[in-house]
Structures are given as C-alpha cells and as structure tokens.
Write a protein that binds this ligand. Sequence first.
Ligand code: GLA
Length: 444
Amino acid sequence: MKIIPKRNYLFLLCMCLVLMFTLMACGKSKKNDNTVVDSNNALNDESNNDVNDNDNDDVDGDEKSNDAVEETDSEEPIEEPEKEPNLFLEKYQETGELPSLAELYKDKFYVGVALAQIDFSKVKKDLVASQFNSLTCENEMKPDAVLDRNATIALGDEESVAINMNRALPAILFAEENGIKIRYHTLVWHAQTPDWFFNVGFKDGGERVTRDVMIARMESFIREVMEYMNTNHPGLIYAWDVVNEAISPGDGREDGIRVTDNRWFEVVGPDYVELAFTFARKYAAEDQKLFYNDYQTYNKSKMFYLIKMIEDLQEKGLIDGIGMQDHMDLTTPGILDYQYTINKYTDMGLEIQVTELDINTTDNSEEGQKKLASRYKAIMTIILNCIERNDSKITSITLWGLSDNRSWLNQPGTPNYPLLFDKDLNPKYSYFGMAMDDSISIAY
Ligand code: GLA
C-alpha cells in the first residue's frame, strides 16, 4: 500500500484551499465539533482541548479580551481562536513534503527511532535526521554487543570487565553529527547477555561465580559503559534503560521477579534489580534519567508487581521513570486501559517514556493501513491529552524501527506492517496518524 502523491491535481486543490481559507477568514468555520478534531488541538501548545471550555484563558487581563467579554454580553457568539489545521497528508500528496515529527513535538517530548547497524545508509540517515531527535540502538548497546571477552580475560581479574563500543559507533557518530540524543538500551537484561559473563574465568560453560563476584562484575560493567559514554560523548545519553524485563508474574514469585532463563536472578538473587539501579545512580551524570523498561506495562496483573518494585526503588531515590515498550496490536491495550496506565504511573511521580512503539498488523491493504493510522492517532491522542490535562511527564516516544521491512515482527512468509514508513521509506497513513493529521479518524 503506497500513498500516491496527486501532483496533477495541484491547481484544483490550491483553489480549494484558497476557498477554504477564505471561508475560515470570514469566520464561517468557527467551531470544531467532534472528538477527532478536539484531539488534534492537543498539538497546539496554546490550545485548550476541553470542548466544554470556552477558551477564555486570554480573557483575563488585557483590553482586547474585555472587548470579547462585551461582545458576549451583546449575545454575539463566542469566537474561538483559529487552530492551525493539520493537513499534512494533503500537503504531502500535493507537494511530496513532510513535516518533521521531531519538530512537531519538540516542546513536548523526544521522537525517537530504533536503528540497527544495517540502517546507516545515506538515505535512511537523511530521513532519520529530518524526522527524529532521539535514537535507540536496536542491538548495538546491549550487553552481548558491548562486553569484550578477550579484553576482559586479558585484565586477569575475576571482578572486572572490559567493554568495546565499536558496534555502536556509527549510531553514536551519526547522532552527534545531527544533534540527536540517545536512549541507552540496555544495561541489565536476562536476554542478549553472554553466558560467559556469569562464569568463573569468563569461560563458556563451567562453574558460575559467587553472588559477590557477580555483583562486582555488574558494578564494573555499568561503570565502564557509563564512564565511556559520559567521557567520550558527554551530553549524548539522556536516558538509561538500567534494567529490562525483570518482572514475569507467570514465574510464580511473590515479588514477580523473573526466574526463567534469568542468570542475574540465578547468580545474584532478586535484588539484582536494586543493585543495578544503585550502581547506575552512582555513575550516571546528574541530568541523565534512569529507567526500568518492560513490555505489557498496561497489563493489570503485571502492573501490580511493577508498581511494587518501582515504589521500592523510588523510596531509595534510585529510579526516575518507566519505559513502556508498547509493542501493541490494533486492539490491545484498549485505549481506556492505556490512559489508565499512564495516569497510574503519573500519579506515582514517574517520568514515562514510550520506548519501543510498534503496532502489529499483517494487513497491508488500504483499509488495514488506515486502521493502523487510526490506532496511532488514538494512542497519540491519549498521550497528548495526558500531558496537557494530567501533567503526565511523557518525555520520549520511540518507534521500534524505521520501516516495515526492518521490523522484528516480520515472520518468514508472514510480513508485518507495523511502522510509519514502508520498505521504500515512503510515509504511510500511520505516519500521518502519528502526526495527528486532521484527515485521520481515531475511530475504526
Ligand atoms: C524487547 C527488547 C528489545 C527488542 C525487542 C524485540 O522488547 O527490549 O531490545 O529485542 O524485544 O526486537
């Protein structure tokens, strides 16, 4: 499914636009009267989304506003300030021009994308630099990419590890050249962490080290990574995923800590989460935020354990925020559950970052992709409204991949179409949903 630019209709459309703007200027188009348009207003810093409010914020104070009050007394209809329409899709179809997502949301949150080494071609870099101001390495900053076994063995010390950030270097340099910030993903995780890291002599197989040695290795690893980044690339990292996916209620523990395939739990014990945050706080720069990152953060039974664990960390001053991965589909989470979740974490005083957003769909028909766009717009509507009405600190939203063909959701024989750009890097309807375009409905 590709959106075809309609350049041939340029003249006709221009005329329509001129007519529309003329009508608007004449005050004939005064009131946005449906929820979709209401949601669009969330993009405008000055706008008030509440359809029940009369937008009288400006009334207090200046003379011009007093005139408006007098007009009300004389039963003239109250005039709402004109809102900039978001007609990005229409403009794209006419001119091929896109807005910048980073620019659109620059006063609210970072807009990020996860990239792998393979994504650093010129054309992708240009697109990323024009659309995003935050970057996550899909794999290149994970422990298995960063821990250097030979250099570690060469240190000759059971309690110290060596790292090598070369795999992440293209991302780091690209980000620096383009004024893009990086979310560091991730320091402590049960997956994509080499087995030898937990073994005596850093050997494959063999005996596990003691809890004390493993705690020392954890501190060494976190210190090495943070010091490397903050010494060589100061100011680049704004958020650290300190621990990823430590809660797994199905494993049956009272504290919800993941047991299955979790060598951190096996060797250190359930307090590995707190230890990781303790070391991260010790070595992070002052303005860097520490996050716990997980999937299904809106699942109510999982939330129970997440909240308990995070509250304990908060009491000790060790955590700043929760990373909601948000690998979703078209119906789950329900939008009310999503809103409830954000409100809940907001009430806890947490900063929230959407760290791995994608929306699973195998339907690449026009209709299917319009549904996807609606879903993106619905999610954005909730996020924007939570920021504006509830003071939610949602500071970053990252797409887990740039284009559909690079998504982790693709299965052999079953392609997935979950992102904002197609395989040829054309924007999809979902892009315009994310941009809160007026032409995308949130109902589907
Ligand atoms: C999890 C991890 C990510 C990534 C995705 C799947 O969400 O946090 O790093 O591996 O799974 O691609």
